[in-house]
Design a protein around this ligand. Structure first.
Ligand code: AMP
Length: 509
């Protein structure tokens, strides 16, 4: 095989499989899928894709529930040299109209219940429609079962696209991040090493697979290591704790850890077979980190990544896993912090824009050359949009998205700094600090809290406790207590929703 053929992620994942009988995926209802099965099923599915007219470089847009068949579709698309384009299962037809119009796929795969509604949308770009249900049944698998499993993996160069993932786009249009075979392969291989994955590992996989975390980090890392994963449709704390008796790794968003902590069955004993708990996609509260260590004896390993960059940093496997920090740049990844205005690199401990460079970083935004250009520095660093710092020991800390920065009376207020103060108060579970329009200050610092049931937390009490601990310009002008913070499916607090809810509170009467 020549060099080009080797760069196809599918070849890199599977060419060296020496034991096809080795278990790759086990489902919650007991189905066992070996590496050999995966390869054969990906061959059948790739033949169907080609028969439906999918050519190398074509996009295959997929909005289906998590299932083994969906993973097979991902692998088959890559194997056929096409571009896998997963879409959040929550998207409505109206939203799909934008994504399909923008990506112009040659094939759209959807849940059988959505096929009728999607047909006219797909027709606008001449895309065919096939179905795939959560049970793995549909027109696509029906055809695949009859197809040959022999398929010659389409040669791809490392710079060819393997996937496009649309960013969640809480402000402005959602952008398609173009990810190459090398972006995905190099990052997963680096994580296998950094997190010490081996063929003995059993991963509990309860994440969605339309997002980089569940699709690339969890799935590719497991498959590269020849490990296996237990596929769960969603977070089910009772079942996860039961599975820990024979699993070794859990990858989750912070909500997984807070929900598991609420379960009385979580203990040192029930987690003793596990070797690693990984968290990412949203900030893990330092308190959750400490509580987890106290309850289980395991320090959660927090890492930082994004759709556009795959994984950038990780707390160490052996060294100290610092609560509230996202660790060190992964091997091959350069991270720097710069002045957001001038782009000049800042010294350690100073807060600025996090920029990254490495083979993990995407190729650009789909059909948005100007946007792509404006997000990269001339020396190739990608401007992440995250504000943070690198501390004296080299650990990276994230202080929030740049767009969440509050500017009050001309001063920069970093929400995380205030949230950390508030989160440490008795009775407070978590908080979100936002800026909302204020007639005198431009933006008024506003805190929204979630507290323990029955806790005596009041606005006056919080303000009194903060007085003297924070500079006056950082002090919240109002404090609200709510039952829960709005979150998206990856556990990220949706500050845009909060800003909207409280947008009129400082309006002049
Ligand atoms: P996404 O593209 O949906 O994966 O979102 C990426 C964004 O999630 C990053 O730019 C960060 O703002 C945030 N993020 C990811 N991991 C972490 C983490 N460990 N701590 C804080 N924020 C994180």
């Amino acid at each position: 095989m020549n060099q080009a053929a080797n760069a196809n992620l599918f070849s890199l994942l599977f060419d060296g499989v020496d034991d096809p009988k080795r278990l790759a995926i086990e489902t919650h209802d007991g189905a066992l899928i070996s590496y050999g099965d995966l390869i054969a099923r990906a061959g059948q599915m790739a033949n169907v894709l080609v028969a439906r007219g999918v050519k190398p470089g074509d996009r295959v847009a997929v909005q289906v529930e998590k299932s083994v068949a969906n993973i097979v579709l991902y692998l088959a698309t890559v194997r056929a040299g096409a571009v896998y384009l997963p879409l959040n299962t929550a998207y409505t037809l109206n939203e799909l109209d934008y994504f399909i119009g923008d990506a112009e796929p040659s094939l759209v795969v959807c849940d059988p219940s959505k096929a009728e509604g999607l047909a006219p949308i797909a027709a606008k770009v001449n895309a065919k429609v096939e179905t795939l249900g959560p049970d793995g049944k549909g027109s696509l698998t029906e055809a695949a079962e009859k197809a040959s499993s022999e398929f010659t993996t389409v040669p791809r160069s490392s710079d060819d696209l393997a996937a496009i993932l649309y960013t969640s786009g809480t402000t402005g249009r959602s952008k398609g991040a173009m990810l190459t075979h090398d972006n995905l392969a190099s990052n997963s291989l680096s994580l296998v090493d950094y997190w010490r994955f081996t063929d003995k590992d059993v991963l509990i996989h309860a994440l969605p697979i339309y997002h980089t975390h569940g699709l690339f980090v969890a799935t590719n890392v497991t498959l590269f290591a020849r490990a296996s994963m237990i596929f769960l449709p969603k977070l089910d704390p009772d079942l996860i704790i039961k599975l820990m008796a024979r699993a070794t790794v859990l990858m989750g968003v912070p909500t997984f850890y807070t929900r598991l902590l609420q379960n009385p069955a979580l203990s040192r004993d029930t987690t003793k077979h596990m070797r690693l708990f990984i968290s990412g996609s949203a900030p893990l509260l330092a308190d959750t980190h400490r509580e987890w260590s106290a309850r289980t004896g395991h320090a959660v390993l927090e890492r930082y990544g994004m759709t556009e960059t795959n994984m950038n940093t990780s707390n160490p496997y052996d060294g100290e896993r610092v609560p509230g920090a996202v660790g060190f740049p992964l091997p091959g990844v350069s991270v720097r912090v710069t002045d957001p205005e001038t782009g000049k690199e800042l010294p350690r401990e100073e807060i600025g824009m996090i920029e990254v460079k490495g083979s993990n970083v995407f190729k650009g935004y789909w059909r948005m050359p100007e946007k792509t250009k404006s997000e990269f520095r001339p020396d190739g660093f990608f401007i992440t949009g995250d504000l943070g710092k690198i501390d004296g020991k080299g650990y990276v800390h994230i202080l929030g998205r740049g767009k969440d920065l509050v500017i009050s009376g001309g001063f920069n207020v970093y929400p995380k700094e205030i949230e950390s103060e508030i989160d440490a108060m008795p009775g407070v579970i978590e908080s979100a600090v936002i800026g909302v329009p204020h007639a005198d200050f431009g933006e008024g610092v506003t805190a929204v809290l979630v507290c323990n049931k029955g806790a005596d937390v009041t606005e006056a009490g919080v303000l009194k406790a903060l007085d003297g601990r924070l500079a006056k310009f950082k002090m919240p002008k109002r404090v609200f207590v709510v039952d829960e913070l709005p979150r998206n499916t990856m556990g990220k607090v949706q500050k845009n929703i909060l800003r909207d809810t409280y947008k009129d509170i400082y309006a002049k009467k």
